[in-house]
Design a protein around this ligand. Structure first.
Ligand code: NA7
Length: 534
């Protein structure tokens, strides 16, 4: 008797049951196609399932960080805060899974190990931890920040206390009362969690390699008047936001710092500091483009840090010296203020890197005895989820090898040599430099329309041409070179991961991107090759 598991056949296999995968499943079902989601976790939610650390919340207002495909859904759901916390976002995602009856299309606790394109059958063979699938199309809805970066600290395996990582936080609530806690990293995850951990822990040691700019969220309960106003014209609100460079609601950026009186600039920045969060650049078009304008905004925040943090040495260590926005801007609730607490200690890893982790201590400039070690060390961003799966395309070419010297994709959706494979918010699309929700919906709609077009036009295989892909990545970089984003070490350009190709990956500018995406469709998917004959 054979023990071989049967191959399950679908029109489409989707990888990941986060916000992208769920909507993709719904859209494909509406097209009448058979589709399944394969999901590693035991539940839906993607990033909002994994990142359960204290203080985890979205830094885009919830009225914007939500689906817009169904007016009924956007009217019926009520957010309790301006920026909702992780549990509420997860609840929303669960509501969506229930409302559209998506759960029976998801195979949980199953991990995709490999995906191999069979050229003779024009099908993807997908191997998972539990079985095999065959599908005409394979859609990776694997997220931009889903593969944790776990640096190889010497002696980490010898640590006998509790080790936590922000990006794979346990489902049970953690209590740090009576504990000495160390946290490594000062990115967004650390900046959100540090104030809450500091409230509980006896001692909190913050190990910082690079300081970050952070803007107060001014979060609070949802303003019912604002909510009502937005809900009364939701589709117009979404349209307006889509015209912003980052796809968010912000003061229109028509003025230039370079042409505005400095007192007026500082007044506007103060207003933004008080209310705009991630939209802190709002009002000025040149902060993200021009070094001098950027310096004005950077100095504004540097002065704020000096003002808030009482100890001048700590304040100076917390002050970034690079372009504001070069690393993703953070949004916080009481982050800098936390360093005024007597139980919070900042350790500068630039001066004294981590030497070793012992059974009960972390050694850097000196020995810190600790009970809990928290890694807030980020992600293998934008490409990690794709390169960690063994994906083989035409001629057996491996995606990991093809991207060895830098990821290349056409529109952030298609990859040459990988036919009938789509990525949602892949490298080369606005993705992490935009509000992810509309960007996800834009891609899912585009991919679904493309598949529908193929059915209507009797096409079975789509693949982006290498030329289109090369030209696209050139454009991504040409645009980025006109901004301040490229000369700072960040996960936008792979600098946070050892041995990763240093290439800037997000497309900057939502409205231009949208125009180009529509142009491709109106010209019968130019740049893609259909039914390629070898
Ligand atoms: P980030 O923003 O990548 O932050 C990771 C932090 O960890 C950052 O401060 C890093 O310092 C630090 N890090 C990484 N590796 C090391 C080593 N080896 N030693 C010391 N410190 C290290 O990730 P987050 O999870 O905070 O946020 C990611 C995004 O999620 C966020 O922007 C939102 O979009 C949501 P570095 O700056 O590299 O010197």
């Amino acid at each position: 008797m054979s023990h071989e598991k049967q191959t399950q056949e679908f029109d489409v296999v989707i990888v990941g049951a986060g916000l992208a995968g769920l909507y993709q499943l719904l859209k494909l079902r509406q097209l009448g196609l058979t589709a399944v989601i394969i999901e590693k976790a035991d539940q839906v939610g993607g990033t909002w399932h994994w990142n359960r650390y204290p203080g985890a919340r979205c830094d885009i207002p919830s009225l914007e960080y939500s689906y817009q495909f169904d007016e009924d859904l956007q009217q019926e759901w009520n957010w309790s805060e301006k920026y909702s916390a992780q549990p509420e976002i997860l609840e929303y995602i669960n509501h969506v899974a229930d409302k559209y009856e998506l759960r029976d299309g998801i195979n949980f606790e199953e991990e995709v190990v490999s995906a191999v394109f069979d050229e003779s059958a024009s099908k993807w063979n997908i191997n998972t931890s539990k079985g095999q699938y065959s599908a005409k199309f394979c859609i990776f809805a694997t997220g931009c920040l889903s593969v944790p970066n776990k640096p190889d600290f010497q002696g980490l395996e010898n640590f006998e206390g509790q080790i936590l990582q922000t990006s794979t936080w346990p489902q049970e609530e953690q209590n740090f009362s009576g504990k000495k806690v160390a946290i490594i990293g000062t990115g967004s995850s650390a900046i959100q969690s540090i104030p809450l951990i500091a409230d509980q822990a006896d001692e909190l040691y913050v190990f910082q390699r690079t300081p970050n700019y952070s803007i107060p969220s001014n979060n609070g309960p949802m303003d019912k008047i604002v909510e009502q106003e937005v809900k009364s014209r939701y589709s117009d609100f979404r349209k307006e936001n889509s015209l912003n460079g980052f796809g968010i609601a912000a003061i229109s950026d028509e003025a230039l710092v370079s042409e505005t009186d400095i007192d007026e600039v500082n007044r506007q920045l103060e207003e933004n500091w008080q209310s705009a969060g991630l939209g802190f650049f709002g009002g000025y078009a040149d902060i993200a483009m021009d070094k001098d304008a950027n310096a004005v905004a950077a100095n504004f925040v540097r002065d704020k840090i000096k003002e808030i943090v009482k100890d001048p040495v700590t304040a100076s260590l917390l002050t970034p010296d690079y372009h504001i926005g070069g690393k993703r801007l953070c949004v916080d609730t009481g982050y800098f203020e936390t360093f005024n607490k007597p139980n919070v200690h900042l350790i500068d890893l630039k001066q004294s890197p981590i030497k070793e982790i012992a059974a009960d201590a972390l050694e850097a400039d000196k020995r810190y005895e600790i009970d809990t070690l928290i890694l807030a060390t980020g992600f293998d961003a934008m490409t990690g989820a794709l390169t960690s799966i063994d994906i083989s395309g035409r001629g057996g070419v491996k995606l990991k090898d093809q991207w060895q010297s830098g990821a290349k994709s056409y529109l952030g959706i298609g990859i040459s040599n990988f036919p009938n494979l789509f990525t949602v918010t892949g490298p080369g699309s606005p993705s992490v430099l935009s509000n992810m929700m509309p960007s996800i919906e834009q891609h899912v709609n585009w991919i679904t329309d493309c598949i529908q077009w193929m059915v209507n036009n009797d096409k079975s295989v789509i693949e982006s041409s290498q030329t289109a892909e090369d030209e696209w990545m050139l454009l991504v970089n040409e645009i980025a070179d006109t901004t301040i984003f490229t000369d700072t070490k960040s996960w936008y350009n792979g600098s946070n991961i050892d041995n990763k190709a240093k290439a800037f990956l997000p497309f900057i500018g939502v409205p231009v991107y949208t125009e180009l995406l529509e142009e491709v469709v109106s010209e019968d998917y130019k740049g893609f090759i259909f039914d390629k004959v070898n």
